[in-house]
Design a protein around this ligand. Structure first.
Ligand SMILES: Cc1cc2nc3c(=O)[nH]c(=O)nc-3n(C[C@H](O)[C@H](O)[C@H](O)COP(=O)(O)OP(=O)(O)OC[C@H]3O[C@@H](n4cnc5c(N)ncnc54)[C@H](O)[C@@H]3O)c2cc1C
Length: 374
């Protein structure tokens, strides 16, 4: 690959000379940040630097849930985090979904307002009616929507699940086509004259009075401002970030599939949905927290076996089903679920640590991050 020092006059004039804003990372957050920067700075030169030939973190790997919190996950969060922070993060996710659909056309990313169901297995405790009332009151405060969560036992029968006691329906969640979301964000960025440098790995950067020098695998890039959107891969710069791998599998097409919608289980540690007549099923990080604290894009027997077990025993106990293939992606977590949106000096800012709900929160983070340089 040709280093920047060997680029032509034409290439330099478009891609590397006089950069106003450089963004590292072409995931949901990086591209949302670029689009928000464009709104505020119509004439600025904005460059997105991405080390993969495709975005290579979580944004093209995820399950495509447009989600903000299942009842059992919220219960778990409320037990571990302070109440204000839990609801502030939920509000940010809901706001992020609105923000996302201001950047991309919902129909083009195949958004389906299908709702979601949180599954309670027969060996688990149901939620108290008081807790459900509390969740609904909080959602009413945030969204002005009444009765967001309701118990839905009929879904267990309709879907043909086995070993499931009941489900809780969340009528405000939905699903997108993850690939189409990234494609649309990319198309919007290029339409807005935002340029991408794929295959360029940022090695280090140093801020000085008038800008930032970025050392990359292709040589030096000089920029006025730098926005780091590398999520889990920002852990070398910020302390409270841990990588969290998530594994998923997808089945081959299933005839007469009775499972329709998006589903969560075990406080959000498992999640599945139909994609046409296939099932996409992911999670299981709670089976091996230490093994999944990694940036390696592998799958493991322990988690894939657990996914297969639930797939055959709980989700599709009556249908013969074959797994087509599996993959993994890398999320970022920390001591709290709130993202980090922070300026580290007058020229450099970070928008990282999206947790497991970056589809929802990502665009809102992009907006807040871009506002740090308004
Ligand atoms: C399997 C899986 C399922 C998920 N399911 C859902 C879901 O259903 N709903 C939901 O809301 N969220 C889900 N998530 C989480 C969600 O995908 C993430 O929160 C979100 O994509 C994070 O976006 P991001 O832009 O911050 O990071 P990323 O998408 O990880 O983007 C960071 C980018 O930075 C690039 N990069 C890193 N270091 C460098 C460097 N040195 N130089 C240049 N480039 C660099 C990487 O290649 C990467 O493309 C899931 C995640 C996974 C892995």
């Amino acid at each position: 690959m040709l280093p920047f020092s060997k680029l032509s006059f034409w290439e330099r004039s478009i891609y590397t000379d006089g950069i106003d804003f450089t963004i590292i990372g072409a995931g949901i957050v990086g591209m949302s940040t670029a689009l928000h920067l464009r709104k505020a700075h119509p004439k600025a030169k904005i460059i997105l630097v991405e080390r993969g030939y495709l975005p290579t973190g979580a944004s093209t790997k995820n399950a495509g849930f447009a989600c903000f919190g299942s009842p059992t996950e919220l219960k778990d969060d409320l037990a571990k985090m302070d109440e204000h922070s839990v609801w502030e993060t939920v509000a940010m996710r809901l706001h992020g979904l609105r923000e996302l659909f201001s950047l991309v056309n919902a129909a083009k990313v195949q958004y389906e307002a299908c709702g979601s169901w949180d599954i309670i297995r027969e060996d688990e405790e149901t939620l108290s009616p008081d807790f459900l009332d509390y969740l609904n009151e909080k959602l009413l405060e945030i969204t002005s929507e009444k009765l967001v969560f309701t118990e839905d036992h009929a879904k267990v029968i309709e879907s043909g699940f086995s070993g499931v006691k009941t489900t809780y329906f969340n009528r405000l969640e939905g699903a997108i086509h993850t690939g189409k979301l990234i494609e649309e964000l990319h198309r919007s960025c290029t339409n807005e004259g935002i340029h991408f440098l794929f295959g360029v790995n940022v090695l280090s950067f140093e801020s000085h009075d008038s800008g930032v020098d970025i050392q990359t695998s292709m040589g030096l890039l000089e920029t006025a401002k730098l926005l780091v959107c590398t999520n889990a891969f920002a852990r070398e710069y910020l302390s409270d970030i841990q990588p969290a791998r998530a594994q998923v599998l997808i089945t081959k097409p299933i005839s007469n599939l009775s499972v329709n919608g998006t589903f969560h289980m075990e406080s959000g540690y498992y999640y599945f949905r139909n994609v046409g007549n296939r099932i996409l099923f992911g999670g299981g990080r709670n089976e091996d927290f230490s093994g999944e604290t990694t940036t390696e894009f592998d799958t493991t027997t322990i988690i894939q076996e657990k996914l297969r077990h639930y797939l055959h025993e709980l989700i599709l106990p009556h249908s013969p089903v074959e797994i087509d293939y599996s993959w993994s992606g890398i999320m970022a977590i920390g001591s709290e679920k709130k993202p980090i949106i922070q300026k580290t000096n007058k020229n450099v800012a970070f928008g990282v640590r999206m947790g497991g709900m970056g589809v929802a929160i990502g665009a809102s983070v992009g907006k807040k991050l871009s506002n740090l340089f308004s």
